[in-house]
Design a protein around this ligand. Structure first.
Ligand code: RB5
Length: 148
């Protein structure tokens, strides 16, 4: 499975830790983030991760900025993306089981690296439950189609 990962300047260190963690678990990682400390604009990276997922270049995406908020808002503007900000593992698991999130976001200024790894693991190990949740996810996607 290939995971696209993107980040702004606030999350370079955490991105590298998560990238290494994913690789140690056998995932292929597509690094779409900035790798330097220079201030940059998170919308660009949220969009890159979102596009990689909806085009099939990656199976899932992880996007990290200072809070996880800005980059998730940007990723969610790409049609087909369901990006969720998760600051703890329970929400991360439910974001896949119930919401079929295809992009996980969190904040490098909010969560420490060990917690971030737990969030990522819980998210990747969960599966979409379907059933009534499929209907609700379809309703979310239908809102997007109304505005297309
Ligand atoms: C950058 O300073 C910061 O605004 C960004 O990383 C993110 O937290 C925005 O939502």
């Amino acid at each position: 499975m290939r995971i696209a990962i993107g980040n702004d300047h606030s999350a370079v260190e955490l991105k590298n830790i998560i990238k290494e963690h994913l690789e140690s678990r056998g995932f292929e990682v597509l690094n779409l983030g900035t790798d330097g400390p220079e201030s940059c604009d998170y919308p660009m990276y949220g969009e890159k991760v979102g596009r990689a997922v909806v085009t099939g270049e990656a199976d899932l995406g992880i996007a990290i900025c200072g809070t996880g908020l800005g980059i998730s808002l940007a990723a969610n503007k790409v049609r087909g993306v369901r990006a969720c900000v998760c600051s703890e593992p329970y929400t991360a698991r439910l974001s896949r089981q119930h919401n079929n999130a295809n992009v996980l976001c969190f904040g490098a200024r909010v969560v420490g690296s060990e917690l971030a790894k737990m969030i990522v693991d819980e998210w990747l190990d969960a599966e979409f439950a379907g059933g009534r949740h499929q209907r609700r996810v379809d309703m979310i996607m239908a809102i997007e189609e109304k505005d297309a």
